[in-house]
Ligand binder design. Structure first.
Ligand SMILES: *Cc1c(COP(=O)(O)O)cnc(C)c1O
Length: 426
């Protein structure tokens, strides 16, 4: 029996608690789990039997969340971790090594640009940033040391939709996995695996939890990539010394990447999600479709209003018919282009700062995907570390503000923007 999204967002991965009958998934606030006997313990440590050992690796509450997100994304397995940024490192970890590179879109969350252009160099990894609308440039950037292709579905700070099918075809031809950050879209709006993605990463901090309460991340595996087709992915295809020469792909088949993410990734990098955080995210996901539909409905209303306002120079919402990416919405994210977009304000940097300071409902925060409407001026905050050129490529120039439209009354949001724009452009 195959269930619809609304059913799965409530039930996938969960069952009444076998110990107590508790209907809601309990928060298993425990570090360790008692072994039945010494043989059981040995089997668990050898990965011959699946079970809980220690909560750095697995925890029953966190496992329900992993199964739920994997199901909603149409993947075979998932690993939850401590933040979206942790998810990105955890996703790349089995693929990369010193001297290896990832070919990444220029249109990414500002923190990801910094993580990829600066911090991963400490591991000997590097990133090559390319305009993913230029498929020849993506092809040209791929070299013998490339181990992954990385992009966002609906890209932060909004207004851009990646042609996932086209990019997946390029990655596939090169024998490389495509990793898609699906944070801004969520599986309700976009299912990257259906468009050829190998792996999907999430910041659960955003729409999945939905109300700005936790930081969390998830890595979902499609289970479709053949890690043994080349010698490029020895962590998955070659003997693993830390497990007596076990070969993950040969042993675990489509679940190899997920098992590696837990048994090596979480075990040794330790960027684990805690059960309390998983609980909040599970609560959030139960209403994901309802919230996302409202985020989209409100974003369309607010963007449509802004577009006709003379104080506004541009609105980059892919859900508007005027967007150059409007055609991709129907194909890539048919239920809507999300709740995130940018707009330009007449008066540039100074007017943007005044706008942000004069809003009453919108909160000035470095977050997105909250029930509340949020605003930020990327050039003075999230994208501050980037060069002027990188800011422009990420549609985060000095005259641009980014909004994350919440699920309040759209009329109230419009009225709030109206009064603050008046003050900002006076
Ligand atoms: C927030 C965000 C991240 C990073 O997630 P954290 O949970 O803050 O670490 C990565 N990608 C996108 C698209 C995001 O919005």
């Amino acid at each position: 029996m195959s269930y619809g999204f609304d059913t799965l967002q409530i039930h996938a991965g969960a069952r009444p608690d076998p110990a107590t009958g508790a209907r809601q998934t309990p928060i298993y606030q425990t570090t360790a789990y008692v072994f039945r006997d010494a043989d059981h313990a040995a089997a668990l440590f050898n990965l011959q039997e699946v079970g809980n050992i220690y909560s750095r690796l697995t925890n029953p509450t966190v496992s329900v969340l992993a199964e739920r997100v994997a199901t909603l994304e149409g993947g075979v397995g998932a690993v939850c971790c401590s933040s979206g940024h942790a998810a990105q490192i955890l996703a790349l970890f089995p693929l990369m090594g010193p001297g290896r590179n990832v070919v990444a879109s220029t249109r990414l969350y500002g923190g990801t640009v910094t993580q990829f252009s600066q911090t991963i160099k400490r591991f000997g990894w590097s990133a090559k940033f390319v305009d993913f609308d230029d498929l020849d440039a993506v092809k040209a950037a791929i070299d013998d040391d490339t181990r992954a292709v990385f992009c966002e579905s609906v890209a932060n700070p909004g207004g851009y939709i990646t042609d996932l099918d086209a990019v997946a075809a390029v990655a596939d031809e090169a024998g490389l996995p495509l990793i898609v950050d699906n944070t801004s879209a969520t599986p309700y709006l976009c299912r990257p695996i259906e468009h050829g993605a190998t792996l999907v990463v999430h910041s659960a901090t955003k729409y999945l939890t939905g109300n700005g309460t936790v930081t969390g991340g998830v890595v979902v595996d499609s289970g479709r990539f053949d890690w043994s087709a080349s010698d490029k992915f020895p962590s998955l295809s070659a003997p693993e010394p830390a497990y007596h020469g076990l070969k993950f792909h040969e042993t675990f088949g489509p679940l190899a990447y997920t098992f590696h993410g837990i048994a090596i990734g979480l075990r040794d990098l330790g960027m684990t999600m805690n059960p309390q955080g998983a609980h909040y995210t599970l609560m959030g996901i139960e209403t994901l479709s309802l919230r996302m539909a409202r985020h989209v409905e409100n974003a369309v209303k607010v963007a449509t209003w802004l577009e006709t306002d003379p104080r506004v120079t541009t609105v980059t919402y892919a859900g508007l018919p005027s967007s150059p990416y409007h055609d991709r919405v129907a194909r890539i994210c048919p239920k809507g282009a999300g709740g995130l977009f940018t707009f330009g304000v007449k008066g540039g940097y100074d007017a943007c700062v005044k706008l942000v300071d004069n809003l009453e409902i919108f909160s000035h925060v470095a977050n997105l995907g909250d029930t509340r409407s949020l605003i930020i001026h990327p050039a003075s905050t999230t994208h501050r570390q980037l060069t002027a050129e990188q800011q422009k490529a990420a549609s985060a120039g000095p005259e641009v503000v980014r909004v994350s439209i919440g699920i309040e009354d759209a009329d109230d949001l419009i009225a709030d923007l109206d009064q603050a724009l008046t003050k900002a452009t006076a």
